[in-house]
Design a protein around this ligand. Sequence first.
Ligand SMILES: [Zn+2]
Length: 176
Amino acid sequence: MGVPSGEIIARPMVARACGCVQEFQHYAVDRYREQRKAKFQKTRCPACVAKLVEEQRRAATLPKKGEAFKALPPGTEITMSRRPDSTWAGTLVGDGTKVEATGEGPQGVTLALARAWLMARGLWDEAAAAAADSKPPIQPIPTVLPHAVVPTPPKSAAKPAAPKPAPAPKPAAKPS
Ligand SMILES: [Zn+2]
């Protein structure tokens, strides 16, 4: 019989996979106590399971990396600077909307910026999506930089649609 029965004879505190320490009950009759204990230690506590499920649910609603970048308008510019504490601060300007994000690495900041832009434009917002009809059109949010991250002015030197750069002309040797 795998079901433990009888009185609870001990209640040792056992650390679970999530790091939380919880009471593990020793029953008087329990052939599979060690197996149950091993499973107890390998699994998360109910609170952490619920938290994980919620995080996964939230993550599932975020636009995927590819989708987020594809949704950005042509001409979008991203500036990135490494800060003294070795984190990164980024600014994204797309279609007149400016957003900022910080993070451990430039890749993460880039994605956070793309998502922030989508949110700022109301193109993605899990909460606002439902209430979208009652809202006025979303205005670009002016942001004040608390630190000296100055986005470089847009260089509209858009390359012509030539697929390959023309070979550089040889410098003409000027007789001096
Ligand atoms: Zn836990």
